[in-house]
Design a protein around this ligand. Structure first.
Ligand code: NDP
Length: 320
């Protein structure tokens, strides 16, 4: 594993981190999830990313992760892990179960700790900006989480460049520097290139792109239709079949051609393409099997691109 410094902090994160959004809920096979986590850690993945609502059922990914920690990460292994969780999306009924109030964030963190049977998380995120709550209130809640010892670091997710800058400034004034930003970023989703990455670099904040494989589209799995058991086929999966358009399939096929010439799978090339930018601390993958995890880990064998390769990829991505 390669470990990269997270912004200008003291924390090193593995170049690949594992997220538990899909495949670890109460609808999934527990032992499969357990094998993936065990394999990940054995391969040097020290960072596991959760959120209050991951499942389904919401909360069940945290519960299952807590069980796996109790089974397999005994002794001092907690000290070898960076565990994150978030609050922002709908979790419970009534006016205090989502968005960015202090009431919601701190109650949610307590619930997450209980589900995971942990005393603290390493990173606590505001999962999304709340247009109706003062940014100061949301950031003060993150600061309180850190100062109470229930989280070691604060993070933000899905904040656009201008809001991210404001949030980072507020946290700095409060004495709890923002450790990391978690945006959606892949070959198919590039909004972060329009300013956010510059803001993060300037402020010394790390970046952990989520859905780096566009939920599985940036692999060769959908080239011959929609396989049974794939995220697009599952009712609990968030990838809509309408997203897998003819144009996308053409792009995937062309990108696959370049990957083959690089002796990589498309998944490996898509991850390497993100890792080539030094502003990216770690890429946050998902995996539904140990084999997928292994495939993705092998991306680390080649993260260099020639200018010719980069130009060819750019042409494919720009052609609408
Ligand atoms: P990816 O883009 O990496 O998609 C993962 C999925 O792609 C897998 O579950 C699997 O789907 C498929 N896949 C992975 N590797 C391979 C491979 N080598 N070959 C073929 N198929 C493969 O990431 P996710 O969308 O899962 O997101 C990753 C993490 O990011 C989440 O778990 C979560 O922690 C975080 N996240 C954060 C969000 C936020 O708002 N902050 C929002 C969304 C995610 P299949 O089931 O089809 O096998």
């Amino acid at each position: 594993m390669i470990y990269n410094r997270c912004g200008k902090s003291g924390v090193l994160l593995p170049a690949i981190s594992l997220g538990l959004w899909h495949n670890f809920g109460s609808v999934d096979v527990f032992e499969n999830g357990r094998s993936i986590i065990r394999r990940a850690f054995d391969c040097g993945i020290t960072h596991f990313d959760l959120a209050n609502n991951y499942g389904p059922e919401p909360g069940s990914a945290e519960e299952n992760f807590g069980k796996i920690l109790k089974l397999d990460f005994t002794g001092n292994l907690r000290d070898e892990l960076i565990i994150s969780t978030k609050a922002g999306y709908l979790m419970w009924p009534g006016p205090y179960g989502e968005w960015g109030s202090r009431k919601y964030l701190l109650s949610s963190l307590d619930q997450s700790l209980k589900r995971m049977q942990l005393e603290y998380v390493d990173i606590f995120y505001s999962h999304r900006p709340d247009p109706n709550t003062p940014l100061e209130e949301t950031m003060m809640a993150l600061d309180s989480a850190v100062k109470s010892g229930k989280a070691l670091y604060a993070g933000i997710s899905n904040y656009r460049a201008a809001d991210a800058k404001k949030a980072i400034d507020i946290l700095k004034q409060l004495g709890t520097p923002c450790l990391i930003h978690q945006p959606k970023y892949s070959m198919f989703e590039r909004w972060v290139e329009g300013g956010l990455l510059d803001v993060l670099e300037e402020a010394g904040v790390g970046c952990i792109p989520f859905s780096p494989l566009a939920q599985g589209m940036l692999t060769n799995k959908y080239l011959k239709g929609i396989p049974e058991n794939s995220r697009a086929a599952k009712s609990s999966g968030h990838l809509q079949t309408s997203e897998i358009t003819e144009r996308r399939l053409q792009q995937i096929s062309q990108l696959n051609g370049i990957a083959i010439k690089r002796n990589q799978s498309l998944a490996q090339m898509a991850l390497a393409w993100l890792m080539k930018d030094k502003r990216i601390t770690t890429v946050l993958i998902g995996a539904s099997s140990v084999a997928q995890l292994d495939d993705n880990l092998a991306s680390l064998k080649n993260i260099d691109f020639s200018t010719t390769e980069l130009d060819a990829i750019e042409k494919i991505l720009k052609d609408k």
